[in-house]
Write a new protein. Structure first.
Length: 368
């Protein structure tokens, strides 16, 4: 019976706040396992930070060696009968390295589990050559279980491997799911975004969408919350767009903000606009949290977004501001926002709450 998981991935320094959705997701996995009674031992994967192709190549290889030595130091004396090794991966270019880790861990007698985070795995699998697909199949076949953040990724692997597959989406704590949809202003339409302010999140598209809506309606407002640790130039660009906006008086801009304060702000918001094109985008924490608070999401039809919201009306193909403005106008004029808000909250409650997600995983873990 498994009692301990060695968890290897982009977890970040445990003494610091997570710096990305991927790190938040990784720590949530560990917290979930600990709540089920398992011991977790983090093995932090080092991330490349230098620029330049040659330097990046050398850094990647040296970090791979360092990480492998760290893994061996942790597991070489581990109890083979009660320990398992969990790899958190986005299924990208590190596939050969991850296969090597799985082979070594299995040779040392531990069971292996992989958690496929994010949505870029599908992009890699569809775009890359047969060798990459062979690597993925070999690695999947070595696992005792493979967990997936999104059903589209799970369906891809189901076609190539008989390994037990488990749907394990991002989840929301029960206390962050509203019991009743709050009364929201009826004399205006409030749009919001909260999350990292980076080019991949397309925050500029949100502002351009807002401008187009303001040309049609005089009662539209926008709140943008968030910052970035590495895209300072883009943050300045976004802030410049807001500062120079002809509708500046209808925009609220806040930087990094505690989640309790964000929850308070969401009580008066109608729509969460999320035109992400983030390569690693998986089951977005921000999207989950917005739906849990009864906001109506307008999302890009990218990776898992359409599957998460479960309503084709709310997914927009591409990233053109006009398409988002048209969709928002259509939703506003033809749909009952309160009805959709209730539907989104219920979808989180029934599919993405901590109790539902971890209960399903706990039952699957008994089979290892």
């Amino acid at each position: 019976m498994i009692k301990k998981f060695f968890v290897f991935g982009n977890i970040g320094k445990m003494t610091e706040l997570p710096k990305s959705g991927g790190q938040s997701s990784a720590r949530r996995v560990m917290q979930g396992l600990e709540r089920m009674g398992y011991e977790t031992v983090p093995i932090v994967r080092r991330r490349c930070v230098l620029e330049g192709k040659i330097i990046h190549f050398l850094e990647t290889r040296s970090f791979a060696v360092i990480d492998l030595l760290k893994i061996l130091r942790h597991i070489v004396l581990a109890n083979r009968k009660t320990s398992a090794f969990l790899t958190l991966t986005f299924g990208g270019k590190l596939a050969p390295y991850e296969l090597l880790i799985s082979v070594i861990v299995r040779m040392l007698g531990l069971k292996t589990v992989t958690y496929m985070q994010g949505g870029q795995f599908i992009d890699f699998y569809n775009r890359w050559a047969k060798f990459y697909r062979w690597l993925i199949k070999k690695n999947m076949d070595l696992q005792s279980q493979v967990w997936f953040e999104g059903m589209p990724s799970l369906e891809v692997v189901r076609r190539i491997s008989d390994t037990p597959l488990v749907y394990y989406p991002s989840y929301v704590d029960q206390e962050n799911i509203v019991s009743r949809i709050p009364e929201r202003p009826k004399d205006r339409l409030n749009l919001c975004y909260f999350g990292r302010v980076t080019p991949e999140k397309n925050v500029d598209v949100i502002i351009k969408t807002f401008h187009l809506l303001c040309e049609k309606y005089d009662d539209v407002y926008l709140t943008v919350i968030g910052g970035s640790g590495y895209s300072k130039a883009y943050v300045e660009e976004v802030d410049g767009m807001i500062e120079n906006s002809p509708f500046k008086s209808h925009i609220t801009r806040k930087g990094l903000t505690p989640f309790d304060e964000i929850k308070e702000i969401m009580q008066s918001q109608h729509l969460f606009v999320f035109p992400t094109k983030e390569r690693c985008e998986g089951h977005s924490n921000s999207l989950n949290e917005a739906m849990a608070q009864g906001l109506v999401p307008i999302v890009s039809d990218y990776h898992f977004n359409r599957d998460i919201v479960g309503d084709d009306r709310l997914a927009v193909n591409g990233w053109e501001p006009q398409d988002y403005a048209d969709r928002i106008a259509h939703i506003r004029e033809t749909c009952d926002l309160q009805e959709i808000a209730v539907k989104m909250r219920n979808r989180v409650m029934e599919n993405y709450s901590r109790e539902v997600v971890n209960k399903r995983l706990f039952e699957e873990l008994k089979k290892i």
